[in-house]
Write a protein that binds this ligand. Structure first.
Ligand code: TPP
Length: 684
């Protein structure tokens, strides 16, 4: 082993034992990763990473992602030592109620934590998203002599991260995109939670990443700080490919359980903590020891960070003088604000019995907004001809200077990182993690898109977007059994219920083109929650809003679209999306039979649940117990709105392959069935 300077060694051990003591005090956590990965973290955070501990939001900072979030103690040690607002007392409360140092890193909870990690592989995808964000902003805003946006993205990733499919998807795309400012340090310790990697993970990781188009560097000894430093220098120098630095480490380094999975995920125990300290030449007392020289060295980050930020602020001033309009636009984006007039071109759709699919309405709305709202950037998992999410004339995000020969059949001359259409390929899960990375980076309202059925492939990322409160939008089309011929594999049934079950997520299933336009407004105006738009493939009538209530009612989640003629409903028909037109037709038929019906359009449970009780009771009066909800998805959850005397016309089985209109009919989505089920509620 190459011996580092005494100070280096002392700093590395400070990280190690702060982490070990944190875990030991909590009697919970993961000491193995910090013991092994402390040297790479030390070199990165003291020599390469640019950040300002006193302003974690400084925009041009490098982004750091601890994708192996179980190693949270490592990150908290780094944040405390370098001077973030995370005190020694805070980290002594590791994993306790109300602590600023929770079990896994949580964005928005601990200053300096860029993204929430723990579910393995997600952080890797987030890092790719952050690198895309940097490249896109740089291409759009930098000008000769004004390298305003110019930073790197680093991640520490583990075996588990690289085993998860999402990281393979994201790595493949990152290689294709030639994201030269992305560097992943791989904690290559040959051990996972339950065993050695020899039982399940034996491919040549370096060759795998090279095949993806990455630059790889191996560091044979994870304690060799100069080798790590040299590897980082090489990664910096490589600007045309992302870099993977494979650092051979030892889990639980120095402890009696070194190189065993037993060092992975539980406190070492008092005896083994003592032995580990003795082995590595560290005083056994006191706990949470931070030598003055080590602290002083780490805290140089505060001065460095202030200087870096000040220099950048000067650059921003010069940029503002030279390019005032672009600077103004960028400032809006960095504050996640909508520029004034962003919505003036949103179309109003005329009443039309034939109507259009809500996916088509969505595409028109997006394209009306995109020219004024530059933050709106995203794409689909190879489905934009179907999901209608392409932003026309906004260019494709792809590496510049790609040879025509590399791409078949189309002209690559216009490729650039300035493009706003992201092509995720058939990689839904990575799409979910990448848009989270774009949102966490800042400067974007990113969107992803696929068929609703394939939202299942990206559920973990959607859940994390909700947990983090990220401003992302997903456009999920082909939203029911009405998809038709493609059959039950492509017909979502339980997906709506599953997505509605995720806290802090807003799911909107608009009923016509004008509701779709309002849904987009809600999605863009809601800065701290992900919003999912659930849209049809088939055409829906565009309601005559002079006859029916204004589509703006969507903002409240549910609204009275059409009331009983006499103002005293015998029953209420509630529907979302494509079933709204169906209940509107049923209302006419029931009226002919002198049954007074109220129609409630209910595109979003979450928005409705957030309304005051008086409003909810005004829309769904408790006195009217005869309520039928109609939705082409599972009934689960609807009973909350129809009550004990109500009923739900739903799809509680898988769909079937046949023309969509026929499948809908066979599954009971007809005016006659709606009327029969509704009338049954009036009996007795
Ligand atoms: C998606 C996901 N699956 C499972 C887990 C539970 N888990 C936590 S760490 C880990 C594996 C640890 O192996 P490695 O990534 O090599 O980390 P190390 O043991 O080296 O710290 C597992 C399975 C998880 N956090 N995320």
């Amino acid at each position: 082993m190459i011996v580092a300077t005494q100070l280096d060694q002392q700093c590395v051990n400070t990280i190690r034992f702060l982490s070990v003591d944190m875990v030991q005090k909590a009697n919970s956590g993961h000491p193995g990763l910090p013991l092994g990965a402390a040297p790479m973290a030390y070199v990165l955070w003291t020599r390469w990473l640019r950040y300002n501990p006193k302003n974690p939001h400084w925009f041009n900072r490098d982004r750091f992602v601890l994708s192996a979030g179980h190693g949270s103690a490592l990150l908290y040690s780094l944040l405390h030592l370098t001077g973030y607002d995370l005190s020694l007392d805070d980290i002594k409360q590791f994993r306790q109620w109300g602590s600023k140092a929770p079990g896994h890193p949580e964005r928005g909870h601990t200053p300096g934590v860029e993204t929430t990690t723990g579910p393995l592989g997600q952080g890797f995808g987030n890092a790719v998203g952050m690198a895309i964000a940097e490249a896109q902003l740089a291409a759009c805003y930098n000008r000769p002599g004004h390298a305003l946006i110019d930073h790197h993205t680093f991640a520490i990733v583990s075996d588990g991260d690289l085993m998860e499919g999402v990281s393979s998807e994201a790595a493949s795309l990152a290689g294709h995109l030639k994201l030269g400012k992305l560097t992943c340090l791989y904690d290559d310790n040959y051990v996972t939670l339950s065993a050695g990697t020899d039982i399940s993970f034996t491919e040549n990781r370096a060759l795998r990443f090279e095949a993806y188009g990455w630059h790889t560097i191996s560091v044979a000894d994870g304690n060799d700080v100069e080798a790590i430093d040299a590897a980082l220098a090489a990664a910096y120098a490589e600007t045309a490919r992302p870099s993977l630095i494979l650092v051979r480490t030892h889990i639980g380094f120095g402890s009696p359980e070194q190189d065993s999975f037993k060092a992975h995920g539980s406190a070492l125990g008092v005896d083994d903590v003592r032995k580990t300290k003795q082995t590595l030449g560290w005083p056994t007392e006191p706990d949470f020891l931070i030598p003055d020289e080590a602290l002083a060295h780490f805290r140089e980050a505060v001065v460095r960070g202030a200087q870096d930020e000040a220099a950048w602020n000067d650059r921003m001033s010069a940029y503002t003088k030279a390019f005032p309009d672009m600077a103004e636009e960028l400032r809006y984006r960095l504050r996640d604000e909508l520029p004034s007039g962003w919505d003036t071109d949103i179309p109003v759709f005329d009443a039309d019995a034939k109507g259009l699919a809500t996916r088509d309405a969505s595409g028109k709305v997006m394209n009306a907004i995109a020219p004024k709202l530059h933050a709106l950037t995203g794409g689909s998992a190879d489905l934009d001809p179907s999901t209608k999410t392409a932003l026309k004339g906004m260019g494709d995000f792809n590496p510049p200077l790609l040879k025509n020969a590399d791409k078949q059949g189309s002209d690559s001359a216009g490729w650039s990182y300035a493009g706003r259409n992201l092509h995720f390929g058939v990689r839904e899960h990575a799409m979910g993690a990448i848009v989270n990375g774009l949102a966490a980076h800042g400067g974007f309202i990113p969107y992803g898109s696929t068929f609703l059925i394939f939202s299942d492939y990206m559920r973990p990322s959607i859940r994390l977007a909700a947990l983090m409160g990220l401003h992302v939008v997903h456009v999920f089309t082909h939203d029911s059994i009405a998809v038709g011929e493609d059959g039950p594999t492509h017909q979502p049934v339980e997906q709506l219920a599953g997505l509605r079950a995720i806290p802090d997520l807003i799911v909107i299933r608009p009923g016509d083109a004008n509701e779709t336009a309002v849904a987009w407004r809600v999605a863009l105006e809601t800065p701290n929650r992900p919003v999912l738009l659930v849209l049809t493939r088939q055409a829906l009538p565009t309601l005559d809003r002079s006859r029916y209530a204004a589509a703006d009612g969507l903002r409240r989640g549910a609204y009275v679209l059409s009331d009983a003629q006499n103002g005293k409903p015998d029953l209420i028909l509630i529907a979302s999306g494509s079933e709204v037109a169906l209940v509107v037709a049923a209302q006419q038929k029931l009226l002919a039979e002198k049954i007074q019906v109220r129609i409630v359009s209910m595109p979003s449970w979450e928005l409705f649940d957030a309304q005051p009780l008086e409003y909810c009771n005004a829309v769904l009066p408790p006195a009217v117990g005869a309520r039928l909800a109609v939705e082409a998805g599972v009934s689960q959850g609807w009973h909350r709105y129809v009550g004990s005397r109500g009923d739900v016309l739903a799809v509680d089985r898988f769909g079937a392959s046949a023309p969509g209109a026929l499948v809908m009919r066979e599954y009971g989505f007809t005016v006659d069935t709606v009327c029969a089920r509704a009338k049954a509620l009036l009996v007795g």
